[in-house]
Design a protein around this ligand. Structure first.
Ligand code: G3P
Length: 225
């Protein structure tokens, strides 16, 4: 499963990519606007921090298909070829996905609320589809169940499109989609911190150090072997 960061916060991206096995960064207009910085510089900075190899998913803001395609092309020209153009799955968005894929441009279909939206986006050629788990839950529906259906239908029909689950508010939602064999999750800094930190782990480590010191004092392993 790929862990992707759903943020444009440079400080967090720097820290997380240094410490964790991160597989890329996703942004959307809300995430970008939150940083309130020069867009061009911000994307360049994210790319510098994560390096050339990691996928960077950047969302278009246009509504008409032709304009979405133009935006996507200019993202690749201004930045690099390892950009995934994020396109919301509207009618115009689906047309844009078809055109972008005919030009061999990588696409992440986003703002997905139903398994049929995901299937149509995959048929249009999307490399990733991003169902919004928590937003689906908030519509009194079941985000995890929708993700399960998407994974199943991609398997049944032999699609290579990856499912990139998004919009999480807690660690359990992520565990639930992991249990289904999700390909990738994109996670905010707030939720990512909850995935790995556990007070019992910290407590255990403290106890190990105390016990060691009782016998070996401040000696490190390298000093006694
Ligand atoms: O990547 C999509 C995601 O950012 C939407 O999440 O938390 O705004 O529902 P949220």
């Amino acid at each position: 499963m790929e862990y992707i960061l759903d943020t444009a916060n440079i400080r967090y991206i720097k820290d997380a990519t240094e410490y964790f096995p991160i597989a890329g960064v996703t942004t959307n207009p809300t995430i970008i606007a939150k940083e309130n910085k020069n867009f061009f510089k911000l994307i360049r900075e994210i790319r510098m921090v994560i390096g050339k190899e990691l996928p960077l998913h950047i969302q278009t803001i246009s509504v008409r298909a032709e304009e979405i395609v133009e935006e996507g092309k200019s993202l690749l020209e201004k930045f690099d070829k390892n950009i995934y153009v994020k396109v919301p799955v509207t009618k115009e968005g689906i047309k844009a996905i078809k055109i972008l894929k005919s030009k061999n441009i990588k696409v992440t279909a986003t703002a997905i609320f139903t398994s049929q939206q995901a299937l149509i986006a995959a048929k249009a050629g999307a490399d990733y589809v991003a169902p919004y788990v928590n937003r689906i839950d908030n519509l009194s529906s079941d985000g995890c169940n929708t993700v399960g259906n998407i994974i199943r239908q991609f398997k049944n029909y032999g699609f290579k499109t990856k499912v990139l689950a998004a919009s999480f508010k807690n660690a359990q939602q992520i565990q639930n989609v992991a249990n289904l064999g999700i390909h990738a999750v994109t996670v905010t800094p707030e939720v990512f911190e909850k995935l790995y930190s556990h007070p019992s782990t910290d407590f255990s480590v403290e106890q190990f150090i105390k016990d060691w010191k009782k016998v070996y004092g401040d000696k490190k392993i390298k000093n006694i072997i």
